[in-house]
Design a protein around this ligand. Structure first.
Ligand code: ATP
Ligand code: MG
Length: 568
């Protein structure tokens, strides 16, 4: 392709709203243009890269036994009523109305549609397992679309759905998809790894996110030094450095003006946060629960919602005083102070066996010290509700590290939630009707493309991995008027075409400096420069974008040379 015949304008600067490197480069390199907030057009170059990502995704999904289909973006709301997600996912649903005032949903995902489809197509265990997938446009009314393609309102997803006769088989399908994902991201040139994740509104029993470590990531990923453990912060388990508390008797003491953990930890009382019990109050509007964590810990709300159920929230001051008779600052779960109060107490595991703790007395301005958790507190349930902190230890005793991650893919083992709601049943060998066991698997194709740019860039521009670069070679001709150069370029083009290597030929009448800058910005793996000096010597100059290394190559060998490099 000749530059002068394609639609490609590079920009010296990106609009100020582009806050992260990959978003700026997306625009500066002429890959995509914004139509509206979170809505983008792919230009020829961007579309080429996107198609290469899609091709890899498709090949690996096919290899894993996936069957490609294409479902509609317009979805009837009654399917979403049946699954219950018309409410649960309400915040992201786009609704449209037709001329007869009927409502439609613009699909943010396709569990409902695919389950209804399979309910009609599959009747017998003999037709199972099946994994269906599509690469298709999704619509989500994101509260804050940002970072270009990373969080868009309209984006492309590869979504796959597995249907099995039983849980064990579903787990196998799930594992096969995780394996396909590993291959996909590795071929694309992204170091993405699976982390245990929260199942959220999706429901289901098991979930993994595929994360790419990057500073601008919106998620936090917990990993183990020298081990395999990896989990999203919402579900990660860890243990803080242990404390040394001494056993003794419990004693009430006056703590005027103490409102928070830090006040007791201050000079006046000198009780370190780790020696305190933090007492938080949650409610669903009716019942009330006290949640206890160590004073230096925070509650991880995603874990808490799993424990309590959806709809629970932090109680307000008035609600707290009404039930406990004290302000936040003096709350606690000492059994004698909870007599006659209708509250459930859940305590974080880390508090188990702890002695010499301090906690509120449910009386303003008073606390207890010398508290032995299991002896003195009323605890109904032991749970894991703390948020993992940097420097914690994993269950196997290794140091935990927290990094920022971009979620490029997500897998859920769904169980029978959707198949029961939408009637996807089959007859087992005994002739009994059973609901299918499902899994669902998404890859944000457009987000992945931008993640590639985010990870592979430097101050001069993009550094595309060859597998997804819009073109493999940037052919830069200098001295366009020189006949020897023109001939050499023609010969090179033949050599590249013969070797099946895609190239963009910068045939613009521009200064060398401008062309080189643009070549670095666009960032294809190899730049081949044809200029009068090198041509006179029978060679051309090849520059590797990744290493910056230059080599002189005999002209006729260029095609084979690039082919060789691609094979490595
Ligand atoms: P997030 O937590 O980032 O909102 P999600 O959990 O809502 O993601 P899924 O419903 O699991 O995402 O969708 C599958 C994949 O689609 C995600 O892993 C991500 O790569 C991509 N994706 C989700 N929302 C968007 C969006 N608004 N823009 C671009 N890609 C998205
Ligand atoms: Mg989301």
């Amino acid at each position: 392709m000749r530059w002068t015949q394609t639609l490609l304008t590079t920009l010296r600067d990106a609009p100020a709203e582009a806050e992260i490197a990959s978003h700026r480069l997306l625009l500066r390199a002429g890959l995509a243009r914004k139509l509206a907030s979170g809505v983008y057009t792919f230009l020829p170059l961007g579309l080429r890269a996107l198609r290469k990502v899609e091709k890899i995704v498709r090949e690996e999904m096919d290899r894993a036994g996936g069957l490609e289909i294409l479902m509609p973006g317009l979805q009837p709301p009654d399917l979403w009523e049946k699954s219950g997600r018309i409410k649960a996912a309400a915040d992201v649903l786009f609704h449209v109305k037709d001329h007869a005032d009927r409502r439609w949903i613009l699909g943010p995902t396709h569990e409902e549609v695919v389950t209804a489809l399979v309910a009609g197509e599959v009747q017998s265990y003999r037709q199972l397992p099946r994994t269906l997938y599509q690469i298709q446009t999704k619509y989500r009314d994101e509260i804050r679309p940002r970072f270009g393609l990373m969080r868009a309102r309209e984006f492309i997803m590869k979504d796959a759905y597995s249907f099995d006769a039983e849980e064990a088989a579903a787990k196998k399908s799930y594992e096969a998809m995780l394996e396909a994902y590993r291959k996909i991201f590795s071929r694309i040139g992204l170091e993405a790894f699976p982390v245990e994740a929260d199942t959220g509104v999706m429901g289901g029993s098991s979930s993994h996110e595929f994360c790419v470590v990057a500073e601008i990531g919106e998620g936090e990923v917990v990993t183990e030094e020298g081990g395999d453990y990896a989990a999203a912060i919402e579900t990660a388990e860890g243990r803080p450095a242990p404390r040394t508390g001494t056993a003794g008797g419990m004693e009430k003491f006056a703590t005027p003006e103490v409102r928070k953990i830090a006040d007791l930890a201050g000079e006046k009382f000198g009780i370190p946060a780790c020696d305190q019990v933090k007492t938080l109050v949650y409610t669903d509007g009716k019942a009330v629960a006290l949640v206890l964590v160590r004073g230096d810990d925070e509650v991880q709300e995603a874990k808490l919602l799993k424990v309590c159920g959806e709809g629970w929230r932090a109680a307000g001051n008035a609600e707290i005083v009404k039930v406990l008779g004290a302000q936040p600052g003096s709350l606690g779960a000492v059994a004698s102070t909870l007599a006659g109060k209708n509250v459930t107490v859940v305590a974080d595991m880390v508090l188990k066996g702890q002695a010499g703790m301090t906690t509120g007395a449910n009386e303003d301005g008073f606390h207890f010290k010398g508290v032995e958790v299991e002896r003195d507190l009323k605890i109904d349930r032991w749970v894991d509700v703390r948020k993992v902190r940097e420097g914690d230890f994993s269950i196997s005793g290794k140091k935990l590290k927290i990094s920022k991650g971009i979620e490029v893919g997500h897998a859920f083992l769904l169980g029978t939630k959707y198949s029961e709601a939408l009637g996807a049943k089959f007859l087992d060998p005994q002739g009994k009707q059973q609901p299918m066991v499902m899994g669902c698997y998404g890859i944000g194709v457009t987000r992945t493309l931008q993640a590639v740019i985010e990870v592979h860039q430097d101050k001069d521009g993009i550094r595309w991995p060859a597998a997804v670069s819009p073109y493999t070679v940037m052919l830069v001709t200098l001295d366009l008027a020189d006949t020897a150069v023109k001939e050499a370029t023609d010969q090179l083009i033949q050599s590249l075409e013969k070797a099946g290597i895609d190239y963009l030929w910068d045939d613009r009448d521009e200064r060398p400096g401008v062309k080189f800058k643009d070549a670095d910005l666009l960032g294809f793996p190899w730049r081949i420069t044809v200029g009068a000096k090198a041509v006179a010597k029978g060679g051309v100059e090849v520059k590797c974008r990744r290493t910056g290394g230059m080599e002189m190559i005999p002209r006729a060998e260029v095609g084979a040379w690039v082919q060789n490099k691609l094979a490595v």
